[in-house]
Design a protein around this ligand. Structure first.
Ligand code: LLP
Length: 418
């Protein structure tokens, strides 16, 4: 099931999310519209915190803010006790504004600017995740200038290949991320020579949308060995598990994932385990609503239903050939009648949201709902074709509130000087 936990079908065939009829949301806020289910978001936060706490009590969950970074989302994640993985000054700024505890912030990024490093040191973030020697030296210099001690974790490249799209696989040997294992001893010597820095742990991230727990087990064993060898106190396992975008995909249970990881560590170390899930926290909480603006039948070839959004609000299909489920949002009870391709409005022939899917007969004005759009949609959205980005609403218990307002034309030219 790819819909949010609170999704239901009403007697009139309309979907509701968070107790709100999606047709009402479309009328009130317009389309395209990102809708976020608060219940799913909080459930996922709790599932991670509780499962890992049970499986291995000394654990900390940090939300990977790159998946969806808004003030409201960060406030909810913080309220649920999560820390944050940030990978830029902008994400750091947002989560701090939302009230995040700096001690639970993990500052990532493989080329943090001097300004960003300084912002992180001044904010007293818990951990700098160091990717390379140039960065190590920059942190040392800036920390010395500010008279501060900084705790760092080294991001290693574990050389583990996980089964996912090539662009989101990060742990294989030929990767721009992390310190290769055979260069690690030398790297550690360099860290030890730095006066302001303390090495507290090792981190790795093997990739995203991984539906199999096995590579994570391999990864945690490797990190455990390093932890024992160097006597460090924090083990950073990177992102979380994948999610089911389609009915035939089966994602692992968070509790099972936690048990299997906890079992490797229990009794062998007391180091803190940290995990930075993004997709599996917010992915399924989100849906996007679109209105069909045209139905184009090319006899014997294909029927296109063209919607008012596309690659600028969801670039994942064109970037990774990502697949999504789409629903006729006000005719949930209607039988599938034809095979259609849901195409976007942008000036690019690859701008398709869902290809060749069976739908009830579609008409201009119909409301469509694409599920599982909570992660890496808004955060990777653009203004291609100078189209304002959609609004985002939070729904719960029959009510809705704006998390992000729709951009205006004025917003589009705000930074144009001449
Ligand atoms: N930690 C680190 C260091 C990461 O690089 C990432 C994701 C995460 C945690 C969160 O991983 P997750 O739990 O979300 O799998 N734009 C791509 C995904 C890129 C992920 C990059 N790193 C997509 O739309 O599929």
């Amino acid at each position: 099931m790819s819909l949010p936990a609170s999704a239901k079908i009403r007697n009139n065939g309309h979907y509701e999310i968070g107790g709100v009829d999606v047709a009402d949301l479309a009328r009130q806020y317009g389309t395209p519209l990102y809708v976020l289910d608060e219940v799913t978001l909080r459930n996922q936060c709790r599932a991670y915190v509780d499962s890992f706490h049970q499986a291995y009590p000394n654990s900390e969950i940090a939300f990977a803010s790159k998946a969806l970074c808004t003030l409201g989302v960060a406030k909810i994640a913080s309220d649920e006790g999560l820390g944050f993985d940030v990978s830029s000054g902008g994400e750091l700024f947002t989560v701090l504004k939302a009230g995040a505890d700096p001690k639970k912030i993990y500052f990532h990024g493989n080329n943090k600017t001097l300004k960003e490093i300084e912002e992180g040191i001044k904010a007293k973030v818990g951990y700098f995740m160091v990717d390379n020697l140039a960065e190590l030296q920059n942190i040392e210099n800036l920390a010395a200038g500010l008279g501060q001690q900084v705790e760092i974790m080294i991001r290693i490249n574990p050389g583990i290949e996980a089964h996912t799209h090539d662009f989101i696989q990060t742990g294989k040997i030929d990767s721009k991320f992390g310190v290769p294992l055979d260069m690690l001893d030398d790297f550690i010597l360099q860290v030890k020579a730095m006066k302001q820095l303390k090495l507290v742990g090792f981190h790795s991230h093997i990739g995203s949308q991984i539906l199999d727990i096995t590579p994570f087990i391999e990864e945690v064993k490797l990190l455990l060995d390093l932890t024992l060898k160097h006597g460090t106190q924090v083990i950073g396992l990177g992102g979380g598990i994948g999610i089911s975008y389609l009915p035939d995909q089966s994602a692992p249970q968070i509790s099972d994932f936690a048990q299997k990881i906890g079992a490797i560590l229990k009794g062998k170390t007391t180091a803190k385990l940290t995990l930075e899930p993004g997709r599996s926290i917010v992915g399924q909480a989100g849906v996007t609503l679109y209105t069909v603006g045209a139905v184009k039948k090319i006899p014997g070839i294909r029927t296109y239903a063209i919607v008012d959004g596309g690659m600028a609000d969801n670039p994942r299909p064109i970037l990774y050939e990502a697949q999504y489920e789409v629903f006729q949002a006000t005719q949930a009870l209607a039988q599938p009648a034809e095979v259609v391709t849901v195409a976007g409005r942008y000036c690019e022939s690859g701008d398709m949201l869902v290809r060749d899917v069976k739908m009830p007969r579609l008409n201009v004005g119909d409301l469509l709902m694409v599920s599982c759009t909570g992660a890496y949609n808004y955060s990777m959205a653009s203004n291609y074709n100078r189209v304002p980005r959609p609004a985002m609403v939070l729904v719960n218990q029959g009510g809705s509130k704006l998390l992000v307002k729709r951009e205006s034309y004025e917003d589009l030219i705000r930074n144009d000087i001449f």
